[in-house]
Design a protein around this ligand. Structure first.
Ligand SMILES: *[C@@H]1O[C@H](CO)[C@@H](O)[C@H](O)[C@H]1NC(C)=O
Ligand SMILES: *[C@@H]1O[C@H](CO)[C@@H](O)[C@H](O)[C@H]1NC(C)=O
Ligand SMILES: *[C@@H]1O[C@H](CO)[C@@H](O)[C@H](O)[C@H]1NC(C)=O
Ligand SMILES: *[C@@H]1O[C@H](CO)[C@@H](O)[C@H](O)[C@H]1NC(C)=O
Ligand SMILES: *[C@@H]1O[C@H](CO)[C@@H](O)[C@H](O)[C@H]1NC(C)=O
Ligand SMILES: *[C@@H]1O[C@H](CO)[C@@H](O)[C@H](O)[C@H]1NC(C)=O
Ligand SMILES: *[C@@H]1O[C@H](CO)[C@@H](O)[C@H](O)[C@H]1NC(C)=O
Length: 438
């Protein structure tokens, strides 16, 4: 009867879960920005600024991150190594050496991979791409060096910048205040023989909220099973078709002003998308097909389809939650790692494409999909094809939660056979007897 109870909780789960800054599958996920003041110069300092993506599965893809802040005094940026300010601003007061940026609220972006060698530094020049921690830890950090003038030149007189913003490149991240650390960062020389330390270190923590991103749902889940004729199609995403024709529809991230520019083909921020007109109007569809049921194993086929004309998804990833992920036996064509947000329950998987093979999900069209087959070993005490158990509890694409069909729409086993009727009814009655308040 414990099985029936699990089903009961499963039906309640989507109701209890709502999108907010807190992500239950990645409770401590954040992007931390660290400023290490490495040296003083006559009118200011040189700092190494690093962005650490501590999110398990949310990455930043092209056109990349944009880091902004507001200076507390009248600081200027003399130069940026491994990045650049998007605007120079008004430097008309300077006669001889002209600063790189005089804006009170500068915004820094990464350089492109082919940047001149003398403008590069470690962890730069990836076009603003920041990989997720679980998927590619080596590329989950970005950094640039900034030389700041007209600021304080001691730990006492330096004032921390305020109002940090992180765009990816659209909205979604909220950054806290800069906090000075009591213990500045220690750096170890490559040979490990000596440690040096920053004069001063401060950090800023930025967290993501799908709700703040004001996004239309970016993905949806559809379902089917070998034992059912029912194809449970995707719920609707809130993108609209331009009209009833075969023309693409429009999805807009962030605020609606972008709508006009995308219609004129002018969107340069990658914030809006032209999406193939489908019944669901979602840019991404994740299809979960229960393909086979063997004696000791069962098989699922996952297909991720891109309906977005304006976007190739590089380094895409998928998070899926299902109780049987603790005994995943084999997986084709995708890379896999277990996420373990609750410590004990090993039911969440991160799936992503294999480098140079299918890590690049192409725009809508004949090649705009990726596929994988998963083989699970059955746990006889929990395995069932009933009550939608074989389908995932949650699915995220690129860190955004997918809209899922209501649980009562899931494909069920045909209920015609007497055997199956008994096996459902008996545990249900036992469970009711065991629960006095039912
Ligand atoms: C940010 O992530 C790091 C690494 O997981 C963690 O140590 C830190 O507590 C997180 N910060 C916040 C404010 O959640
Ligand atoms: C920082 O942001 C807050 C809230 O948006 C605003 O009130 C304040 O004026 C900003 N400070 C600066 C220096 O821009
Ligand atoms: C689109 O087609 C449906 C059904 O064919 C019709 O009810 C609806 O009015 C049409 N909408 C527009 C904007 O033409
Ligand atoms: C997507 O990638 C393909 C192949 O690399 C390229 O031809 C196409 O222009 C790209 N589309 C977009 C919208 O970037
Ligand atoms: C979680 O499941 C994976 C895949 O079966 C397995 O390799 C891993 O050891 C499990 N981890 C824990 C903590 O049970
Ligand atoms: C799969 O991921 C692991 C860990 O990130 C990595 O070492 C490996 O190269 C990846 N394999 C493929 C085929 O992408
Ligand atoms: C099977 O279930 C469906 C929907 O729950 C119901 O309409 C139908 O009468 C059931 N058939 C039998 C034979 O119990």
């Amino acid at each position: 009867y414990s099985e029936t109870r699990k089903h009961f909780y499963f039906l309640l789960f989507p109701v209890l879960f709502s999108a907010g800054a807190y992500d239950p599958l990645d409770p401590t996920g954040n992007i931390t920005i660290r400023w290490d003041v490495r040296s003083w110069v006559p009118d200011g300092y040189v700092a190494e600024v690093s962005l650490f993506n501590y999110q398990q599965y949310r990455h930043i893809q092209p056109p990349g991150w944009k880091l902004g802040w507001v200076w507390s005094k009248k600081e200027v940026i003399w130069y940026v190594q491994g990045g650049q300010a998007t605007e120079q601003g008004d430097c008309s007061k300077f006669k001889e050496i002209i600063p790189h940026s005089c804006k009170v609220n500068p915004e820094i972006v990464d350089l492109l991979p082919g940047a001149p060698y003398n403008r590069q530094r470690a962890n730069c020049c990836k076009g603003g791409v920041l990989s997720s921690l679980a998927q590619d830890p080596a590329n989950a950090v970005a950094s640039f060096e900034v030389s700041v003038g007209r600021s304080g030149t001691t730990t006492k007189t330096l004032e921390l910048p305020v109002n940090f913003t992180l765009k990816a490149p659209g909205p979604g991240y909220t950054c806290g205040p800069a906090t000075k650390l009591d213990e500045p960062t220690k750096f170890t020389t490559p040979d490990g023989s000596r440690k040096s330390q920053a004069h001063m270190t401060w950090t800023v923590t930025c967290t993501y909220s799908q709700f703040l991103a004001l996004r239309y749902p970016t993905c949806c889940l559809s379902l089917s099973a070998f034992y059912s004729d029912t194809f449970v199609s995707c719920p609707k995403c809130s993108c609209g078709c331009q009209d009833n024709s075969t023309k693409p529809g429009i999805c807009v991230e962030g605020n609606s002003p972008y709508l006009g520019s995308v219609m004129n083909g002018q969107d340069k921020n990658g914030l809006a998308s032209l999406v193939q007109c489908t019944t669901h109007m979602c840019p991404i569809r994740v299809h979960w097909h229960v393909k086979a049921n063997y004696k000791e194993y069962w098989r699922v086929k996952i297909t991720v389809t891109n309906f977005n004309y304006g976007m190739n998804y590089s380094q895409w990833n998928l998070v899926a939650q299902h109780p049987n992920f603790n005994s995943l036996t084999s997986i084709t064509s995708f890379n896999y790692t277990a996420l373990n947000p609750y410590g004990l329950m090993n039911d969440t998987a991160l799936l992503w494409g294999i480098r140079h093979y299918n890590d690049y999900l192409l725009t809508a069209g004949p090649d705009g999909y990726v596929q994988s087959e998963l083989l699970f070993r059955k746990d006889p005490s929990t395995f069932t094809l009933r009550a939608g158990w074989a389908f995932p509890r949650r699915v995220y694409f690129n860190g955004d939660k997918c809209v899922t069909p209501p649980p009562d729409a899931y494909p069920w086993l045909p209920n015609a056979s007497t055997k199956s009727t008994i096996s459902v009814i008996v545990p249900l009655v036992l469970w009711m007897l065991a629960n006095p308040y039912f």
